[in-house]
Design a protein around this ligand. Structure first.
Ligand code: F6R
Length: 251
């Protein structure tokens, strides 16, 4: 694990955008795994600016999002479909038929999950996966006590996650209690992973993720076993990483 501790949210976003843009420059037909939530908004803003300046071209890129609430329609302003179009897709040139987001209104969820997995495979697997992290250690809504071996599946959202995400909805009751989520097995198959975290609320879990036991209780701890993970955290999220030198590449 490479850990970059940066000074601000802005710096974290720029650094992450540079990594994504380099990936696309080096491999124009890259398959990107994308996250939603508050954390990557700044990174998407940077990518849009880079695209507008002509510094990066997404015309051959394919994307797979990590998750979508279930049930929730694309038209709902809180859907991750809506989030992705608003923050990124409507501003860049990734072709519409290269964009993959789980269907939050799928009639048959099992078929939806199996098809999503097959499509990732047919695209050649994910080259670069972007992750955020929940304060309880979830990645892509793979909540504590996750089965590490699961592919894309229907997950029950943890009470803490529902509470944390209620800020985007009018009330906590409106937050769907389930989601379709790319499983840990699929995430771990990505060739490269970048994980972003900012703010004090992530400090404890960042420490557990990088130096705690590898356990389904902290789903992100499995990333210790991946060969190419870059973690970018601001000072606040890095607060509990006291002895940074214990990590191979702590910048
Ligand atoms: C969203 C996702 C989640 C978020 C996590 C952190 O696609 O996969 O795991 O990354 O809930 O959310 P924020 O960034 O809002 O703190």
């Amino acid at each position: 694990m490479r850990i970059y501790v940066v000074n601000s949210y802005d710096e974290m976003s720029k650094q992450a955008a540079n990594i994504v843009a380099s990936q696309v420059t080096l491999k124009p037909n890259s398959v990107l795994g994308l996250a939603t939530g508050g954390t990557p908004v700044g990174m998407y803003k940077q990518l849009v600016e880079m695209y507008q300046k002509g510094d990066v071209d997404f015309k051959q890129v394919t994307t797979f999002n990590l998750d979508e609430y279930y049930p929730l329609s694309r038209e709902n302003a809180n859907s991750y479909y809506h989030y992705m179009y608003t923050n990124l897709f409507k501003h860049i040139n990734v072709p519409g038929d290269h964009i993959n987001i789980p269907n939050g209104m799928a009639k048959d969820v099992i078929v939806e999950c199996q098809t999503y997995e097959k499509n990732i495979e047919s695209a050649g697997g994910i080259d670069l996966q972007v992750l955020g992290i929940g304060p309880n250690g979830h990645i892509g809504f793979n909540e504590p006590d996750v089965k590490f071996e699961a592919g894309t599946h229907l997950v029950k959202l943890d009470e803490h996650t529902i509470e944390a995400n209620a800020r985007f909805f009018d009330s906590k009751e409106e937050v769907p209690t389930e989601a379709i989520s790319m499983g840990i097995r699929t995430i771990m198959r990505a060739k490269k992973i970048i994980l972003l975290a900012n703010g004090e609320s992530k400090a404890k879990v960042i420490k557990e993720m990088v130096s705690g036991d590898i356990s389904p209780k902290v789903p992100a701890s499995i990333l210790q076993l991946h060969g190419d993970v870059t973690v970018i955290v601001d000072q606040e999220a890095a607060k509990e990483l006291k002895n940074c030198s214990q990590f191979a590449l702590c910048m």
